[in-house]
Ligand binder design. Structure first.
Ligand code: ZN
Length: 241
């Protein structure tokens, strides 16, 4: 079994479409660690695809926000306006689908899917020290996480957490070690690389491949501006920030 792991698509259809094209025939099941919507101009095409093609999907904080499950006071004004726009734009079917998304972590085939961290869907795991506080409480050897939009991963040997699997590269997991692996963001990467990010995972080989693929950033930027969403959301896509 081969898995395509996606996260933080953020209503960016062109980025998702590029990942779909680049990975065609290389996986058996697609999974998503949340934040299907928010920020971007195409919530409905993204949710339509995820609904029909991803076998397991958990919610992210922007998904909660876009369907009224979140107090938007906690969002910055740009993200809040995008969430309100998304709520107006989603079709009833897609809004209902997002409303029903489960909170992570969810177990799949011996590993976990989480949005922020296995213990808190809203926590950002950016540094190994933050990951170190979580590992002792997680029963599974492997958890896929999202939320930070930073492709890569952390490893725990029972004493220390270290940053491993510095993307982009392939990563052979060790059966004795615990991992948090972030596939990166499809629709709004923040690691200074504007290309859409994803992971292909093969459990039998314990093999993780970090993928990046270019997409038509200019087309998405135009749609963001045409929709009246904040221009910052367009500008950041070409910087990967
Ligand atoms: Zn996100």
């Amino acid at each position: 079994m081969r898995y395509l792991i996606l996260s933080d698509i953020h209503s960016n259809w062109e980025a998702l479409e590029a990942v779909i094209e680049a990975t065609k025939g290389t996986y058996d099941r697609a999974l998503c660690c949340g934040d299907l919507v928010g920020y971007g101009p195409d919530p409905n095409p993204v949710v339509d695809w995820v609904r029909t093609n991803c076998q397991v999907v958990i919610r992210g904080n922007h998904d909660r926000a876009a369907v009224g499950l979140e107090d938007l006071e906690w969002f910055n004004p740009i993200a809040r306006t995008a969430a309100e726009w998304t709520l107006k734009t989603l079709t009833p079917v897609n809004r209902d689908y997002i409303l029903r998304l489960p909170q992570g972590p969810v177990a799949v085939d011996g590993f976990l899917l989480a949005h922020g961290s296995p213990l808190d869907e809203d926590e950002y795991l950016v540094h190994a020290t933050e990951a170190a506080h979580q590992f002792p409480y997680v029963s599974h050897n492997l958890t896929f996480i999202g939320h930070t939009h930073l492709q890569g991963g952390f490893a725990w040997n029972g004493k220390r957490a270290t940053q491993v699997c510095r993307a982009p590269q392939e990563c052979q997991l060790d059966g004795e070690t615990q991992y948090f692996i972030n596939p990166g963001s499809v629709g709004q990467p923040r690691d200074s690389n504007p290309q859409a990010a994803y992971v292909i995972y093969e459990p039998e080989k314990r093999f993780v491949k970090f993928g990046r693929v270019p997409y038509d950033v200019g087309a998405v930027q135009k749609k963001i501006r045409d929709a009246g969403l904040h221009t910052t959301l367009a500008d950041r896509l070409s910087l990967g920030r």
